[in-house]
Design a protein around this ligand. Structure first.
Ligand code: GLC
Length: 535
């Protein structure tokens, strides 16, 4: 295998599939693995290189699969192990890698390990989870809060102790200080890697190790009313402990037992803490997800600051990555607006680092309003009314204009967006100026022009709504000019130092236009320019 193949995750583009919502083939209103198989040609034609599947394992679905009851099976809702193998084979045959979600921080409370653990104080699995005596007053053993509301400690009457759950009470945390737990999860990894899976996206990896003494978390002086209640305290003792890096290095060694696999970490931390997850000597995660754009202020200075600080914080040799959306955060088209979603696409696909696309963003899917009786997300159910619900970004993929958008032949588990009759793959494919056509063009250019993958990032201008930078490797340079606002912007060449030819406009109509001395951007327009630098 040559070096380029080994490092496929550097030059490739990832695409996240939320399996419940991608394609249903058995008319139960929930997507399945056979559905994904049927849509592989779409993904190939889009030009992505790897798909990451949110959890497909047997689960009571309290948190829609992030509560796993069997790490080495496939939930019947999604299909069978044979279906998974068929999916992996078909994907690989079509040049697509397959990444699975690994959820090692917690299991379902229905997992046999936890059933045994909670059964008595002296069973062999007791120490696989985190059990503590009640406080003197009988209350929880500390002040740690669940991310989904309320105390993170759940009293269990059978044995008179509390167990810790960073998320739902149905998601008890495993005790990662116990070597037996580590071995068990490493065997789970080997099971899937042995089946040819190309790597894992590791769920809440920064949560794995907690303070050994379970010291209380300090209050958050910046807490604002209307924010989720767990933000009242700072999770300094419950997450991001130094020892987590030993665990991740072990996981990485398991990954490295196999050829060219990738380890991605889900980490919501400030940039300076995030980059520690590359590990000592880069022996941690290959790609600690960089979520900075999910909450970026949408102006040139704000975005440039994020890019600059991230680039500066990266350890020597570490490979960057960028994310615009996922199954936990509001859709980008709703965050930045429909017109800017195209500019955001150009940003994502022209930055230095592996991009991860979230299904549906390529057709501009927006956040869908969910009526109270349609809420499925446990976060919204536990903490209602402040906008934390994640259902709106998990609605069914919009394939065509048929009654259920080509997603299913019966009522989907979540409502469809009201505009699906127009905003769907079939329609947008037929429209040479659509956002889908833009995504195809951007992905095509990224594949064709090496500077877009491996070139340096060089900031040029960040002012008002104008963000201008270039990607350069050797003699070849691509200049990217993004107008982050709705008003036109003009650039003078002496500020930018460029001349060349437009390779792509987000409106898909200026290809080949010569640029000499000045560039006019329409409102909400981004362009890429193939250029020679004027000395
Ligand atoms: C991660 C997942 C999220 C899930 C949580 C608990 O943040 O992305 O969907 O609810 O972990 O497993």
């Amino acid at each position: 295998m040559n070096q380029r193949d080994k490092l496929w995750w550097r030059h490739g583009i990832f695409y996240q599939i939320y399996p419940r919502s991608f394609q249903d083939t058995n008319a139960d209103g929930v997507g399945d693995l056979r559905g994904i198989i049927g849509r592989l040609p779409y993904l190939q034609s889009l030009g992505v290189d790897a798909i990451w599947l949110s959890p497909i394992f047997p689960s009571p679905m309290a948190d829609f699969g992030y509560d796993i009851a069997d790490y080495t099976g496939v939930d019947a809702l999604f299909g069978t192990m044979a279906d998974f193998e068929a999916l992996a084979n078909a994907a690989h045959a079509g040049g697509l890698r397959v990444i699975l979600d690994l959820v090692p921080n917690h299991t379902s409370d229905q997992h046999p390990w936890f059933v045994e653990s909670r059964g008595s104080r002296d069973n062999p699995k007791r120490d696989w989870y985190i059990w503590r005596d009640p406080a003197a007053d009988g209350g929880p053993p500390g002040n740690w809060l669940s991310e989904f509301g309320g105390s993170a400690w759940q009293y269990d009457a059978t044995t008179g102790q509390y167990y810790y759950h960073a998320f739902l009470a149905q998601q008890p945390d495993l005790n990662w200080r116990n070597p037996a737990v580590r071995r068990a999860i490493y065997d789970v990894m080997r099971f899937w890697l042995g089946k040819g899976v190309d790597g894992f996206r590791v769920d809440v990896i920064w949560h794995l190790i907690k303070d050994a003494a379970f010291r209380d978390n300090p209050p958050n002086p910046d807490y604002r009313e209307g924010r989720p209640p767990h933000e009242r305290i700072l999770p300094l003792n419950s997450t991001d402990q130094a020892e987590v890096h030993e665990v991740i290095a072990e996981m990485r060694r398991v990954i490295d037992e196999f050829d060219s696999r990738v380890l991605i970490g889900e980490i919501y931390l400030p940039l300076e803490r995030l980059v520690a997850y590359y590990g000592k000597d880069l022996a941690g995660t290959h790609l600690p997800f960089n979520f900075a754009l999910l909450s970026a202020p949408w102006n040139a200075r704000g975005i440039e600051k994020i890019i600059f600080e991230y680039e500066a914080a990266l350890p020597q040799g570490a490979w960057p990555n960028w994310v615009l959306g996922n199954h936990d955060r509001p859709r980008v088209a709703s965050r930045v607006g429909r017109a800017q979603a195209r500019v955001a696409a150009m940003l994502l696909l022209s930055l230095r680092g592996t991009p991860t696309l979230y299904y549906g963003d390529e057709i501009g899917m927006h956040q869908v309003a969910i009526a109270p009786e349609q809420v499925r997300d446990p976060f919204e159910k536990n903490v209602p009314g402040i906008g934390v619900g994640r259902d709106g970004c998990r609605t069914p993929m919009q394939w065509d204009a048929t009654p259920y958008a080509g997603f299913s032949t019966s009522t989907p588990w979540l409502p469809l967006a009201d505009d699906f009759r127009h905003e769907n793959v079939a329609n947008l494919d037929a429209d040479a100026a659509s956002i889908l056509s833009l995504y195809r063009a951007l992905i095509g250019l990224r594949k064709k022009l090496p500077p877009l993958v491996s070139g340096d990032y060089v900031p040029i201008v960040a002012e008002g709504d104008l963000l201008l930078y270039r990607r350069e490797s050797g003699e070849t340079t691509v200049v990217i000019a993004l107008n982050l606002g709705a008003e036109p912007v003009s650039i003078k060449s002496d500020a930018a130092g460029l001349s060349g030819e437009i390779l792509l406009s987000t409106f898909l109509d200026r290809q080949g236009e010569k640029i000499q001395g000045a560039l006019d951007l329409r409102g909400d327009e981004g362009v890429m320019i193939g250029t020679s630098l004027v000395p």
